[in-house]
Design a protein around this ligand. Structure first.
Ligand SMILES: Nc1nc2c(c(=O)[nH]1)N=C([C@H](O)[C@H](O)COP(=O)(O)OP(=O)(O)OP(=O)(O)O)CN2
Ligand SMILES: [Zn+2]
Length: 136
């Protein structure tokens, strides 16, 4: 039987939703206040789920100390207290929607976590809006 272990983390970041292929009017129509040229911020809640077999010797799917270090070094140090559009390479040409931020986080972590382990991300942009990735 597989077991899921979860790590909750938090980061704050600013962003602006904008499509450079559209004019200002269309951007404003589609993204509304989220298109504010002066940006706005969110307190993101990140849930990282790792699924796998428990190791017979440790009883761990993954050591949460190791998992938390990976998340800090690879994700939080990159995103926390930054402007996603301006400061984060991955969003130079990618709209920083919750969907896209969740996918970027997944791709970063996927490279760092044993391929025998399944990885899932849940990202809350607000208390009311969140994304799960991937969904099979
Ligand atoms: N599918 C998506 N829709 C929206 C996203 C997104 O990432 N994916 N993002 C936004 C904006 O970032 C916006 O800032 C969301 O904030 P807000 O409207 O304040 O959030 P709430 O829904 O929690 O607040 P309400 O007061 O209930 O509107 C918009 N859409
Ligand atoms: Zn926003």
């Amino acid at each position: 039987m597989k077991t899921a272990i979860y790590r909750l983390e938090h980061f704050s970041a600013s962003h602006r939703l904008h499509n450079p292929r559209w004019d200002d009017k269309k951007n404003k129509e589609v993204f509304g206040k989220c298109n504010n040229p002066n940006y706005h911020g969110h307190n993101y809640e990140l849930e990282v789920c790792v699924i796998g077999d428990c190791d017979e010797d440790t009883g761990y799917v993954i050591d949460t100390k190791i998992l938390s270090t990976i998340i800090k070094d690879e994700v939080l140090d990159k995103l926390d207290h930054n402007n996603l559009n301006l400061d984060v390479e991955e969003f130079k040409n990618l709209n920083p929607t919750t969907e896209n931020v969740a996918r970027v986080i997944y791709e970063i972590l996927r490279k760092k976590i044993d391929t025998n382990l399944e990885l899932k991300i849940k990202l809350y942009e607000t208390r009311k809006n969140y994304v799960e990735y991937p969904i099979y």
